[in-house]
Design a protein. Structure first.
Length: 179
């Protein structure tokens, strides 16, 4: 048996798909569910262009088998949405910032935005080299510029637009973290 029927919860929608056991989550998202904004980059988890949120935490979807994600909540860049009733139709992390020159070619933008959306959960869980579990205060705190840059370090930008991307994230990212 090399295929299985799997129920995946992606962007708050349930999908029942038949998947080859060798298919990565990235391949499933792109080929089976037509969610193509998460990009193929290195295929070994180094570039971050395939970053999605899995149960609120950022992951490289090229490293995960799709069949193993049944019962998990997957959010792609397409699923980053605004609050109901908001005036704008895109999540702040999905709006390019020309004045900060944060997006040039745009290849890294989906992965960087997904990584930024998962940054609070990662930091609260102690998954940051900058903030250790021993340094976690009990009160909510805002991420610093250093923490944001460290969290983006796993996302390769071919154009070198890191400083602008970090500035945009400082302005827009959900940075309130309960530690």
């Amino acid at each position: 048996m090399t295929e299985s029927q799997v129920t995946l919860r992606v962007n708050e929608t349930t999908h029942r798909v038949e998947l080859d056991h060798r298919l990565t989550l990235l391949e499933c998202l792109r080929e089976n569910l037509a969610l193509t904004r998460s990009n193929h980059g290195c295929d070994d988890g180094r570039c971050g262009s395939c970053t999605v949120l899995l149960d609120g935490r950022r992951v490289s979807s090229c490293l995960l088998l799709a069949v193993a994600q049944e019962g998990r909540e997957i959010i792609t860049i397409e699923g980053l949405a605004v609050a109901p009733g908001a005036e704008e139709d895109h999540h702040p992390l999905r709006r390019p910032s020309l004045e900060r020159e944060a997006v040039r070619c745009g290849y890294c933008a989906p992965g960087q935005s997904s990584a930024a959306a998962g940054t609070p959960a990662d930091t609260a869980a102690g998954q940051s080299a900058v903030v250790s579990e021993l340094d976690l205060p009990a009160d909510p705190a805002r991420l610093t510029a250093v923490e944001i840059m460290e969290q983006l370090s796993g996302n390769l930008c071919r154009c070198g637009a890191y400083p602008g991307a970090a500035e945009v994230l400082e302005d827009t990212a959900p940075r309130e973290v309960t530690r």
